[in-house]
Every structure is written in C-alpha cells, then in structure tokens.
Design a protein around this ligand. Structure first.
Ligand SMILES: C[S@@+](CC[C@H](N)C(=O)[O-])C[C@H]1O[C@@H](n2cnc3c(N)ncnc32)[C@H](O)[C@@H]1O
Length: 235
C-alpha cells in the first residue's frame, strides 16, 4: 500500500508518540545474535537509524514500495555504510540474498493484541493471493534457523490529538469484511494538510500461524516483558 501522501508528514506524526522507536529497537536487539537484518516496509528509516546507531557491525537492508518514503530514508541513513535500501514490493521482491533476521514493524504485516483476546494479524496487502506470494518471497530471504519478527500493536481506534508541530493528527477506522479501512488526517487549524486511506486485511491468529508455517516460519513464543514483536523461526 502506497504511503506517498503521508510521506512528508510521517516522521513528525510517528515521533510525536505514535511509535516508541527506542523501545522497538530494545526489543529487536534482544534477539541477538544476528549479523544481517532485513526490514520489510522500512518507511523513512526511523527504526533502522536507531538500530545502526546501536550496532554499526550489523549489515542492514530496508525495503519499501513507496519511493517518497525511501527518499526520506536515504537522506536519514546515507551516513551509515552498513545500510542498503531497496524499492521493492514485498509481493514480488527478490534481493538474491538471505538474512539472519527479518522484521516488520507497522510495515506490511503486524499483530494486534487487544487485552486478553487472541492476537490477530494485520496486513497492508488487502487480497489473499498476494499475501501468500509475499510470505513466500520473504521466506526465501531468511536463512534456515533464522528469525522473523512481526511487530505487536494495540487495537486501532478513532482519535485526534495535537502533534509536536502544533498540527492535529486524527484517524478514523471503518470495519470492512475481513479487515478495516483506516483514514489518516493531518490538519493545520482549519486546513487539511494530509489525508491518506489504507485498506487492511486481517487474519485470525490460527489463519496467520498457518500461512506463516506454510511458508517455513514456526511460531516461537517467548515471555519477554514489554516485547514489541512476535517471533517465528525459519525451518
Ligand atoms: C506505517 S509505515 C511503517 C514504516 C516503518 N516500519 C516505521 O516503523 O516507521 C508502513 C510502510 O510499509 C510500506 N509498505 C506497505 N505495503 C508494502 C509492500 N507490499 N511492500 C513493501 N512495503 C510496503 C509502506 O510504503 C510504508 O512505508
């Protein structure tokens, strides 16, 4: 799903408390040892910057399909020789290499955990066949015994709140069959400065574990407190 409309405003929205980038990387590095890392849906590179600052030895690749997001990532990450970026749709991507660890946080696939309810998987890809193809492609990029981490988020709900530049961010969620539609808005006083709509597909925990297992990724639960990812081991 293309993020061009949001790209110029993405960083200020996200770093105004939407995601906890330090916490995400704290959780990620608990999965060491790994020498090579792939982020699918790396966006503007906020996670990769934090990861490269902590460990300059890790070879990092970020893929994303939105050119405008990658342009911002390129400016942010150009100073880190350990990072490569690639414009790819995960549905068809082929980097001709394998990684010790692949992850996605808010990009492409993630899990929502709402209290004691069973987690469910959210995909930025609305149709089933390309979800299968994307997981198949992803599987080819993780070496046997390697790890896949998919981010955990809380439930989505409607709200509006000011962000650090004084503008008002708001979001509205509309259910659809087997998923939901999320509208993102940014307003500067009475002026709408950004509007983006993303259609998401959701999968029950059982469906997602099956899809992942069919593509070589077995659920590997751990009891870390404050963890930001569910983890899977590649057969
Ligand atoms: C919410 S952003 C997350 C960015 C980053 N992971 C972060 O935490 O800031 C989602 C990103 O996933 C990318 N994305 C969505 N579908 C994709 C696909 N099929 N292939 C590659 N990237 C995709 C979008 O372009 C967008 O940059």
């Amino acid at each position: 799903m293309d993020y061009t409309n949001m790209s110029g405003h993405y960083d200020v929205i996200m770093t105004s408390g939407y995601y906890d980038y330090k916490g995400i990387v704290d959780s990620l590095v608990k999965h060491k040892p790994f020498d090579s890392v792939l982020e699918i849906g790396c966006g503007t590179g906020l996670i990769l910057e934090e990861l490269a600052k902590r460990d300059a030895q890790i070879k990092i690749t970020g893929v994303d399909l939105t050119r405008a997001m990658l342009d911002i990532a390129q400016k942010r990450l150009g100073k880190f020789p350990s990072i490569e970026l690639s414009e790819q749709n995960v549905v068809h991507f082929d980097l001709q290499k394998q990684f010790d660890l692949a992850f996605s946080y808010g990009g492409v696939w993630y899990f929502v955990i709402d209290g004691d309810n069973e987690p469910f998987m959210v995909s930025h890809i609305p149709e089933d066949a390309p979800n299968e193809e994307g997981l198949h492609q992803l599987s080819k990029h993780v070496q046997s015994g390697g790890q896949l981490l998919l981010g955990i988020q809380g439930p989505h709900h409607d709200y509006e709140r000011p962000i650090s530049n004084g503008m008002i961010y708001s979001q509205k969620i509309l259910p659809r069959e087997r998923g939901f539609i999320k509208h993102y808005y940014l307003n500067d006083g009475p002026n709408k400065v950004m509007e983006q709509t993303v259609t998401y597909r959701t999968y029950s925990f059982e469906e997602s574990l099956k899809m992942l297992s069919d593509n070589g990724f077995e659920y590997a639960p751990n009891s870390d407190t404050g963890k930001k990812f569910l983890s899977f081991k590649k057969r």
